[in-house]
Design a protein around this ligand. Sequence first.
Ligand code: HEM
Ligand SMILES: Nc1nc2c(c(=O)[nH]1)N[C@H]1C(S)=C(S)[C@@H](COP(=O)(O)O)O[C@H]1N2
Ligand SMILES: [Mo]
Length: 367
Amino acid sequence: MGRFSRRLRRLAPPPRVVDWAILAVVASAVATGLLAWTGWLPPALLVDLHGIVGVTLAGLLLFKFARVARRVLDRGGWDRATPVSVLLGVVAVAALVSGAFWGLGGNVPLGPWTTLSAHVGLGLLVVPILLLHLRSRMRLPTRTDASRRSALRLGGLLVAGTIAWRLSEAAASLGGATIADTGSKPTGDLYDTETEGGSFPVTSWVADDPDPIDRSDWTLTVAGLEGEGVELTYGDLLAAAGDERRATLDCTSGWYTVQEWQGLRVGDLLDGAGVDASADGADTDARWVRFVSVTGYRWSLPIDEARDALLSTAIDGSRLAHGHGGPARLVAPGRRGFQWVKWVERVELRREPDPAQWLVTLISGFD
Ligand code: HEM
Ligand SMILES: Nc1nc2c(c(=O)[nH]1)N[C@H]1C(S)=C(S)[C@@H](COP(=O)(O)O)O[C@H]1N2
Ligand SMILES: [Mo]
């Protein structure tokens, strides 16, 4: 151990270079992770970047821990800021380990939480602890830190990180892991789908849990820009529905499932209600379509994408169960699961996007 850490210390770039590289790498890991996980940007490239910076962070932390080990192990060397540093080390290592474990095919569920959820939580927790750490420990790099030698060592570390990431991906697929670019796995890898009726989990994000909806009471409002529109009954909707999509529901908690969804194409719904003049080539201000749940939960899609989405009333020919959003839910192919609004009661045209929807998905269902 002593020999190993001495060798590490000799290989390491200067302390401030390591620390600032850690800062850059943590910021990239959080950014790529969040962008890929929320589906903000197409995840294919991001997920590779996320893995590469993750592996690189592990290398940088080895340098760092070899440097500070003596001070941390010697209680006499502690000051007021040291406990925060130690906590940061623990949380950062836990974030790395949980990410690698999930990526290599593992999962240890904790209640409703998958190891992916734990990884996201730990990764986000690093941010405030790191800010505290910086408050007491940040030192600006000096001229002499910025040497060619340090740059080469950091570059070497990134290359090593990239190779290690590729190897780990190969190992994961040899081990039979079928992980999507979003980081999700097929439901069958995570749940006993036998006991769940061959089906997929009912998930809410975060607290939405309405009472079952009586289909004979339920109506669907389809509204235009000025609030004009029509109300459909469940029977009206079924009579119009004749469409089908094979689409992947991919939940941010880490699972995905491919299903056949039946229902009504949203473009046909809008045209039937006579609210979307753009369908006749008219120039209108309608740019977005918002889907609102009985709970207030909502999401909006750009109008062209929305027209091609499905308002689904059934899966595989069976009427949509309450938990899955019956009487009707949005099926938005290519979008993350949290955007597939369940228990839809209102579909409306809008001029503007709806930034508050991000917050509403978090707080809907809390009283
Ligand atoms: C995940 C990220 C990080 C972890 C896990 C981490 C962990 C630690 C630990 C365990 C110590 C030793 C205890 C102590 O002296 O307080 C330490 C010290 C220190 N850290 Fe960090 N740190 C991280 C990021 C950073 C960053 C981004 C900077 C600056 C840009 C930084 C600058 C320092 C400095 C200046 C020290 C004092 C010890 C020395 O210079 O040898 N750390 N860190
Ligand atoms: N109204 C409403 N719709 C919702 C949610 C919710 O909490 N409320 N959860 C979303 C999330 S996070 C996912 S992954 C899918 C889950 O659909 P399922 O329960 O049919 O698996 O529904 C989405 N639609
Ligand atoms: Mo989800």
